[in-house]
Design a protein around this ligand. Structure first.
Ligand code: TXA
Ligand code: MG
Length: 337
């Protein structure tokens, strides 16, 4: 299949592809999404094929007006309204009991649906010209999410109908996912909207175990996506826990030329092996913005092993930590003080 590259002026053409049951990669403020008409089960099924995504992993439905949420869910409780008011449009996905408008392909057999109202003008325009859109990240299943046009082309060229160019994504990690379909609100995936911000608006929010820890064998994932190894470059990513000195001492011994350090900008002067810069220490927004590009860069440079300095878990740092530890398949080495 030939994949068209469309510019914003050609968005009507993209909308027509969607209305005809095709697939379009679109920019959002978080990462690029691979979109299909969320009410067309056959179109949605093609997304799983193009990505190589397991069929039991449900998709997020994207809307461009708050009123659209009503027909997607059975109820829109007060806490959902408060979150929507505070953070929509923006990088927050809310899980609620689904209505019968949602095809099984979208919810993967669950009784719930994940809804997101993105702030990116191109995504919003595409939705308003077509319909609510089911869209996972536009990467091949398992690889890092795409934050630039080039990333999308690398993974999806020849597999989908079109790509809408929207430049670089600003947040850089996927949306925060919270479920309100459980007894207590629960954070399933950290992102650009932080746990602290969510708690400030609706009070108690639990942190799902799978955000920080590997799923215990036999346990059921609250979010099916958490079962799978994720965000992984081909290089082996390993997290190092310890002080800056210990980190530097450890990586500086790895002089085989095939090993790189994933580090903070402040550390670069003292690193003697190849390195990839995540961002300034404590500058979690920049770290989130750069993370997936840097993981892809590791493969382009042919590194076999990447040692990452273990990130902090406050604010947007929690999202960075969550993505890196999953890219590492939870492989962590504790360094002595
Ligand atoms: O920022 C984002 O959220 C991007 C852009 C394109 O909007 N989308 C995205 O979609 O990251 P995806 O499919 O890569 O990740 C969605 C995550 C998966 O882990 C999935 O298992 C979970 O959300 N999810 C979706 N629907 C769910 C549901 N009903 N219950 C629990 N988890 C759900
Ligand atoms: Mg994804």
């Amino acid at each position: 299949m030939k994949t068209l590259l469309l510019q914003e002026e050609q968005i009507e053409q993209a909308a027509e592809i969607i209305r005809n049951g095709g697939l379009v990669a679109m920019p959002t403020e978080t990462v690029y999404g691979l979109a299909a008409d969320a009410t067309n089960g056959k179109a949605v099924a093609k997304i799983f094929q193009a990505k190589g995504r397991p069929m039991d992993n449900p998709l997020i439905v994207h809307i461009s007006e708050l009123s659209q949420v009503r027909e997607l869910v059975r109820e829109f409780p007060e806490k959902a309204q408060k979150l929507a008011q505070a953070f929509w449009p923006g990088p927050l996905t809310i899980i609620l009991p689904k209505s019968d408008k949602i095809p099984d392909e979208v919810s993967a057999g669950l009784d719930t649906v994940a809804v997101r109202f993105p702030s990116h003008p191109i995504a919003r325009k595409l939705i308003s010209l077509s319909s609510p859109l089911a869209a996972p990240s536009a990467n091949l299943s398992g690889s890092p999410s795409p934050t630039t046009l080039r990333h999308v082309q690398k993974d999806m060229d020849g597999r989908i109908d079109a790509i809408l160019d929207g430049g670089e994504c600003s947040v850089g990690v996927e949306s925060t996912v919270i479920t309100l379909a459980t007894e207590k609100p629960r954070l399933l995936r950290p992102g650009g909207i932080t746990l602290e911000q969510l708690r400030a608006v609706i009070g108690e929010v639990l942190l799902d175990d799978a955000v920080l820890h590997p799923l215990k064998s036999g346990a059921q994932a609250s979010s099916p996506g958490m079962k799978y190894k994720h965000y992984s470059p081909k290089a082996d990513v390993i997290l190092l826990k310890g002080t800056e000195d210990a980190f530097l001492r450890f990586v500086n011994q790895k002089t085989d030329g095939k090993t790189a350090a994933l580090c903070y900008r402040e550390e670069t002067e003292r690193i003697q092996i190849p390195y990839l810069v995540l961002g300034g220490k404590g500058d979690y927004e920049t770290q989130a913005n750069r993370l997936f590009s840097v993981l892809r860069e590791a493969d382009e440079k042919g590194y076999e092993t990447v040692y990452a300095h273990c990130p902090e878990t406050e604010g947007v740092g929690l999202a960075v930590y969550n993505r890196i530890i999953r890219a590492a398949g939870f492989e962590v080495i504790g360094l002595e003080k």
